[in-house]
Structure formats: structure tokens, C-alpha cells
Design a protein. Sequence first.
Length: 506
Amino acid sequence: MKTIDHWIGGKSVEGASGTYGPVTDPATGVQTTRVALASADEVDAAVAAAKAAYETWGTSSLAARTAVLFRYRALLDAHRDEIAELITAEHGKVHSDALGEVARGLEIVELACGITTQLKGELSTQVSSRVDVAAIRQPLGVVAGITPFNFPAMVPMWMFPLAIACGNTFVLKPSEKDPSPAIRLAELAAEAGLPDGVLNVVNGDKVAVDRLLEHPDVAAVSFVGSTPIARYIHTTASANGKRVQALGGAKNHMLVLPDADLDAAADAAVSAAYGSAGERCMAVSAVVAVGATGDELVRKIRDRAEKVKIGPGDDPTSEMGPLITKAHRDKVASYVHGAAEQGAEVVLDGTGFTVEGYEDGHWIGLSLLDRVPADADAYQDEIFGPVLCVLRAETYEEGVALINASPYGNGTAVFTRDGGAARRFQLEVQAGMVGVNVPIPVPVGYHSFGGWKDSLFGDHHIYGNDGVHFYTRGKVVTTRWADPAEYSASGRGSAGGVDLGFPKNH
């Protein structure tokens, strides 16, 4: 059976731990290959390669870095179909969705290509007599990224292009469930001329993660995943003196006001709840219907959901693929099975769905739960699957209070024709990303992505200006040069004595 190995020091390196994980085609349930799981020693080798590469990459010119990134962007564009096929084969999402993932990752590569403007410093002249103050930003050194299974190409590209553009070197630990896209991204970076050791990929499980979190030569860690693991990453890495951005889970709400265009709201709810099989942290998993809109909105959502075609990701007619693993599929189904007992109305139950000819795949249909109590498990937990909960609220205030009571604060949206209500919502709702008549408000690359509350641990959001600041640290330089007129013909400075007072700026 083929083995997916590591990428260390600019080349493929066979796994030496003797431990492997299965990589499965979610549409068939068949193991297609295996991935080598790194030992602590193998992580050390990747960090050592990154540390050695930093000696020259960290002091390289911005022109040299951006030249590599421009070539890399061109290669990614040329290979986007190939990368999308790898995503579909190991994650299961449909090809069009995988292509969209690659496109959103490319946005950050393009941002990194323009890093020269992002790294401009500040200068204040003549703050005192012949004294200037400059603020500059410098790279951190070796940084690491730990990325999830649901976006095996996009999330790594949210991290390492900016990190290396800023002058850092990078060790990536992708999800062991779908590792091939990350390896291909590294191969293309080498083809673009990225020096050996600047980007390394180590496949692994908790052993590899823990070693990265404690390694003394790793200066910072980026993470995207579930809230419990994000909290663990933040706590452990911070205790080891590292800078951390750890993006956690979500329970994203869509507030539908009585004046909303219900057809547009229903279209948005279906797209945002069931796209990518609900396996995304920006999925809308809870719709809050205000006033008398609920019954009609639920009917419209049901009508649309029943028409979504589910099938293998490589079938161009498929609109939604399978879930990543059988265990995850069973966990998602359990929320639907227990919903009625906890007081919800099961409008659509997709747990019995299969695809003819692919019966062993990790299939689940679209599920729709109405009148879900706020204490039901299906509402309280991040399900990460194609299950949409509809809750009812009598007023705008009640709906916002319900959203703000959630421990998560990743993304949210409001659907309304009232500009005043939309303005109130964007100011009053407690979430890091807000959409107004936009169901999935993922920012473009030059703005930053991240939530509030239990959806983010650390002070920096990912990519955009926050990403640049995360991967650099500030330094302030105060400079004084004596005026040439102060020097005598002999080259000796004039006697001025010593002032023991605080430096004077006035």
C-alpha cells in the first residue's frame, strides 16, 4: 500500500516511527493509502531543518521572497484542478467546492506577494534634537501550523505563505485524515524556488502536536480546529512561552427578521448549512426565525433541501459529498436521532441516506430540525455536519439575546431589508464576523478571519493585518547622530558633560 511520507528539508522523507494512520476515500469507505505518523525525533528533524533555513531566509530581501511567492502563485493556479482532486479523494467534498477552497487559499498567497507594503515601518524624525525614532517589524524564526481535515489546502495556505513572506520558516502538521494536499503544496513551493527547509510538512497525531507545542525552537503556533483542542493548544503552547493563535469551533446563527426576503433567506440557509456537508466552522447551523416568519421559512428550506443531490465528490452532478469518516458520520446522526426526545420537531431526517453503488461510504442526508429548545444537544454542540436547527424568537431583542448567550462567537448573519436593524445587529451581536444578507461572512484575504469567545484563543485573528502582526514582532530604534559641526578639525567632539536626567524630548 502506498505511504504518504513527510516533507523535510526540501525533499520527501520516509517515516521512521513505524506508526501509520489510514487514509480513506469517504465515498467508498475503502482505505486507499496510509500516512506515516511522526515521532518526536522526526518533528525535531523538521524543526532543525527550519531553524537552519532561517539563518539565510530570515535575512533575505523582500524582493527575493516575493519573487518566489509570485512563481508559487502561478504554479498553484496551474495545478488548482490537481489539488482539488486530491481534496475530493481524501476529504470527499465535491470538486467545485474543492476548487473554491483552493481559490480562497490563493487569496492569501496573493496577499503574501504584496508583503512589501505590509512590512513598511514607521519613522518619526527630530523627536528631539537630532534624534529619530523608527518602528520596524522582524520575523520570529521557526513557526508551526496545525491544520484541520475540513480544508486541507485552504487553511495551510492561510498560514505559511504569510509566515514565510515575513521571513519565518515553517513546520506544518496537517490533518492525518487527508494529508496529500499539504504535501503537494510543499512540492510546488520547492518547484517555485523556495529554499530547502523553509517549508516542512510532518504528518502525525498527538505525538507530533505535543512535540511542536513544547519544542524550544518553535516561536509561534497557529491552529484551526475544535474548541477543546484549541483551548489545549493555547494553554500548552503559551505555557511553553510561545505566541499562539488558536481558532476553535462555532455555532453560527442566522437571524431572519419579519421583513426579510424569505426566498433569499431560505436559499442562503440551505447553502450555508449544507455546503461542504456542514463540515466547516463558518457553516450556519442555527437559524433564528423572528415573529411569524418561522413556518413559511421552514417550508421553504425544506423544499430546497429535498432537491440537493448527494453523491461522490468526483461526480459533476453531485452538490454534496460524504462525511470524512464513518465515526464522524455516526456522531452527526446521533444528534438527529435524539432531537425529538429533547423537544425538537424533526422536519427532515437524513440519517438513513445511502448512495446506490457506494453503500459503504460515509453518507448522511440533509437533516432539518424545527422549534429546537435552547438546551437541546443539537443546539448546544458544534455538530459539524449537515444538520440545521431552527429556533423561534418573538422579537429582534430576544433573537440577539439568544445568539449572544452562545459560548461561541465565530460568525453570524442577519437577513432584513431594514438598514437600521442591520446596523443595530452588527454593533450588538457578539461575534467576530458578521454578514448582512450574507450567510457566510468569510473575509477576503486582506481582512482578518477570526471569532470571539470560545471560537478564538489568543489575541490575533488569522491572515490579513492580524496575520502579518502575528508572524512578526515590533522593534523600536531610537537614533542620534551628532551634527558634523560639533566636531573640531582634530576630529574630537566638543565637551558637553553628562546629563543624568531623563531624556528630554522638548
